[in-house]
Write a protein that binds this ligand. Structure first.
Ligand code: MF3
Ligand code: CO
Length: 247
């Protein structure tokens, strides 16, 4: 079901989004070569609890942790581990969902660890650009297909693959609400977006083939090449779009 948020619900989503944005600022200072992804997870868990929020992914469909840490060829849902130590040259996407006062915020950043190759840096940069291309001019009356079409166009222009099986989503009182927000598609098609809708838009872009291998939570690129992920929760307004998970 697609939900249109009331002004009071939007205020709650803004607060949740702001807290998540602040957490990412702390993570960007904390993340460095030598720490494990489990240490990052613990850091995020404690920050969320300390601020009166709840980690949405923890125990969601059996997911064992607060955050997802997906290194290099892992596309999404990487499970934090004490033995996964961040090393120079890696890229790691950190995907976090929290809820505050009953409303969820969902965002992802892909971090560069130490000295990262030019090739990987470009993948991370273009993935972020895909998100900003997708939301350009977005407002009430825009089509859902516009989002996917712009992400796909920008990624493929650089020779990258757009993951098909994993998609963005509506978000609100539930972490996952309708509609599914594909990262590929055709401009001018799909449902019309409405003022008061809140969406998690999350391009997942592979350096090589768009194909992935799925095995439970494990999700990797088929060809072993790196993948990047960038995500924000946004609010559709009458004449613009507001990013809720950036400060
Ligand atoms: N940001 C992810 C998503 O939109 C978070 C899900 S992690 C899970 O699906 F482990 F909870 F599934
Ligand atoms: Co999401």
């Amino acid at each position: 079901m697609i939900t249109i948020k009331t002004p009071a619900q939007i205020e709650k989503m803004r607060k949740a989004g702001k807290l998540l944005a602040e957490l990412f600022e702390e993570i960007s200072k904390f993340i460095k070569p030598g720490i494990s992804t489990l240490e990052l997870d613990k850091f995020a868990y404690e920050y969320i609890i300390k601020h009166g929020a709840k980690p949405s992914c923890l125990h969601y469909q059996g997911y064992p942790n607060t955050i997802c840490t997906s290194i290099d060829n892992v596309v999404v849902h990487g499970i934090p581990k004490a033995t996964d130590i961040l090393k120079d040259g890696m890229i790691v996407s950190v995907d976090i969902v929290l809820s505050l006062d009953g409303y969820h915020a969902d965002a992802t950043r892909t971090y560069l660890i130490g000295n990262v190759s030019e090739e990987k840096r470009k993948l991370v940069e273009v993935t972020k650009e895909c998100f900003f291309e997708a939301i350009k001019g977005l407002k009430d009356g825009s089509r859902l297909g516009d989002i996917g079409a712009r992400i796909q166009h920008h990624a493929e222009k650089h020779g990258y693959g757009v993951v098909r099986e994993m998609v963005g989503h509506g978000i609100g009182a539930h972490m996952h609400e309708d509609p599914a927000v594909c990262n590929y598609g055709t401009e001018g098609t799909g449902m019309k977006l409405k003022e008061g809708m809140t969406l998690a838009i999350e391009p997942m872009i592979n350096m090589g083939t768009y194909k992935i291998k799925l095995n439970g939570w494990d999700c990797r690129t088929e060809d072993g090449q790196p993948s990047a992920h960038y995500e924000n929760t946004v609010l559709i307004k009458s004449d613009s779009v507001e990013i809720l998970t950036m400060i």
